[in-house]
Design a protein around this ligand. Structure first.
Ligand code: FAD
Ligand code: NAP
Length: 479
């Protein structure tokens, strides 16, 4: 069975390569709709694969010399040496390409890079990628203007040719975000988590780690093994109960403080206390790491184009207000698409896959702008599982049966689908449940949740189709 699959993959790969060679060697006019894709990370790869298979002429433009995006370790990456995944491999991959079953559930960053490289090979995507090619400018040329004979199109880096559509998959973790502070007199070592690689430089230091999310958490655990003291600042630690619950599970040399508002020249830090007032510490730190996240960044769109709202850097909601379903730009809903912007429940890769499939439905004219505009809106900072379900329904032409919308928490700002009214398909339900389970176990076992292993027990068949899972806890731990 495996042998057969390998043979058919090799045949598919050879077929794609031959077609590409033929297209290069004979001067044929390609009548297919053309699509430029910015980026060959997970999002660009999955978009390129499905667009090409749907009959579009795809060209991917990638700054780096290889595929993989953030999983490529190096000077320009955001990876640190010890990084492992924070969701299990059972829900992290694309829907039809599982990770190597012999790997544990939480895998090393090198395993993810290998997976994406294998994905590019399996679907013969490298022929469609222009490596070492940074997109510096992307602009829409309207019909009848500057060489756009009949229809308008997207001009990349000033090239003469126009693309019928543009998919932006440049990644959302490129530009570090630093908080606005009331004071920053500290001139000692200060860096962003993007540039952190390993802890040795912090041996015997007192380190302030600012940011209570994923990067902050990983860095605090790692640094606590070499530093004298780690002061961990998070906006949520202002709440005394939250801080007490977490403090009990952390190494003894980690101290929790609220939101950081500044650092004095001598290394005393200013944070928000549990009563909401600013407190300047009596102790000092030797170094600061800002694990304060990233800002959406699209440097190739000219500010004057109006495509990216000016307030986006401070408030991502401005960007999402300009899009339908976090993907389709309202001013060019059938030709400008974004893949990978929201934080998706149950995995980025799958979320980007269904985004790509929904883009194809729109490009093929199967969904109108009016229909897109009438569909529910979702919060962008934490998209529920039904977001992916809706995109999948768009791809399958079934979006009309998506349940009626209602106001989320009584707010007229963000409207979501009614999750209770939606029967999620088993594969999405599985992603949702494993995601929730991982989140809960991370709260219970913050330093050890990655030692758990999930096992999928799958049963399929007609209406009774279902997927079930089991989990193995760390050997010395009964939860
Ligand atoms: C530290 C960290 C850890 C993470 N861990 C996990 C995890 O465990 N599990 C998980 O599911 N997700 C994780 N993520 C989220 C991760 O970002 C997604 O899983 C996914 O890899 C994003 O893929 P992407 O294609 O959207 O972006 P990227 O991987 O960033 O790829 C974008 C590509 O676009 C290229 N590019 C950018 N600008 C240009 C340009 N102007 N011209 C040409 N090319 C350009 C880049 O070189 C890059 O190759 C993590 C993110 C970070 C920052
Ligand atoms: N595989 C892994 O294990 C792994 C590791 C690292 C990162 N990641 C991924 O990388 C992405 C980015 O994660 P991230 O942790 O770098 O960024 P993030 O999730 O955006 O978190 C940034 C954090 O900084 C906090 N913050 C901002 N200003 C602050 C201040 N002045 N004082 C204290 N805290 C402040 C924010 O709090 P507020 O939100 O309250 O403002 C937020 O919690 C995520 O998708 C994550 O899954 C994965």
């Amino acid at each position: 069975m495996e042998e057969e699959e390998r043979t058919s993959q090799t045949a598919a790969s050879a077929r794609h390569s031959i077609l590409a060679l033929v297209a290069q060697s004979i001067d044929v006019i390609d009548h297919r709709k053309s699509v430029a894709v910015i980026g060959a990370g997970a999002g660009g790869l999955v978009a390129a694969r499905h667009l090409r298979d749907a009959g579009f002429a795809v060209r991917v433009l990638e700054s780096l010399g290889q595929v993989g995006g953030i999983w490529v370790y190096g000077d320009r990456s955001v990876m640190y040496d010890s990084l492992s995944t924070n969701i299990p491999k059972e829900i992290m991959g694309f829907s039809d390409v599982p990770f190597d079953p012999s790997l544990p559930s939480f895998i090393k960053h090198t395993d993810v890079l290998s997976y994406l490289q294998a994905y590019a090979d399996r679907f013969a995507l490298r022929d469609s990628i222009a490596f070492n090619t940074t997109v510096h400018s992307a602009e829409y040329v309207a019909a009848g203007r500057e060489g756009a004979a009949v229809e308008g199109g997207w001009r990349i880096n000033g090239e003469e040719r126009l693309y019928d559509a543009l998919v932006v998959a440049n990644g959302r973790y490129n530009k570090p975000r630093y908080p606005r502070l009331i004071k920053m007199g500290f001139r000692g070592p200060s860096t962003h988590s993007k540039y952190y690689r390993e802890p040795s430089a912090y041996a015997n230091q007192r380190v302030l780690v600012v940011g209570g999310s994923w990067s902050g958490s990983d860095l605090v655990w790692e640094l606590s093994s070499v530093a004298t003291t780690v002061v961990w600042s998070g906006t949520q630690f202002t709440d005394a109960d939250t801080a007490a619950d977490l403090a009990a599970k952390l190494p003894a040399n980690v101290r929790l403080v609220g939101r950081t508002e500044g650092v004095e020249e001598d290394g005393r830090y200013i944070s928000v206390g549990s009563d909401g007032r600013l407190v300047t510490s009596t102790d000092t730190i030797d170094a600061v790491i800002w694990a304060t996240g990233y800002t959406y960044d699209f440097p190739f769109f000219a500010p004057g184009s109006g495509l990216i709202p000016s307030g986006t850097a401070d408030d991502p909601q401005c960007l999402f207000d300009a899009l339908h379903l976090h993907v389709f730009h309202k001013s060019h809903p059938a030709s400008l698409f974004f893949v990978g912007l929201p934080f998706g429940t149950g995995g980025f890769f799958f979320c980007m896959e269904v985004q790509a499939k929904a883009i194809i439905a729109v490009l093929k004219g199967q969904v109108s702008h009016a229909e897109l505009a009438a569909l529910p809106r979702f919060p962008h900072h934490y998209t529920p599982a039904c977001y992916c379900a809706l995109l999948e329904m768009i791809a399958q032409g079934r979006h009309e049966s998506f349940p009626h919308t209602h106001s989320h928490n009584g707010s007229s700002e963000i409207i979501t689908a009614d999750p209770d009214a939606l029967q999620l398909p088993p594969h999405i339900l599985l992603r949702k449940h494993l995601h929730m389970d991982t989140t809960l176990s991370r709260k219970r076992l913050p330093g050890r949740y990655r030692e758990r292993n999930y096992h999928i027990v799958m049963r399929e068949g007609g209406e009774g189709e279902m997927m079930a899972w089991q989990v193995t806890e760390p050997v010395d731990r009964v939860v």
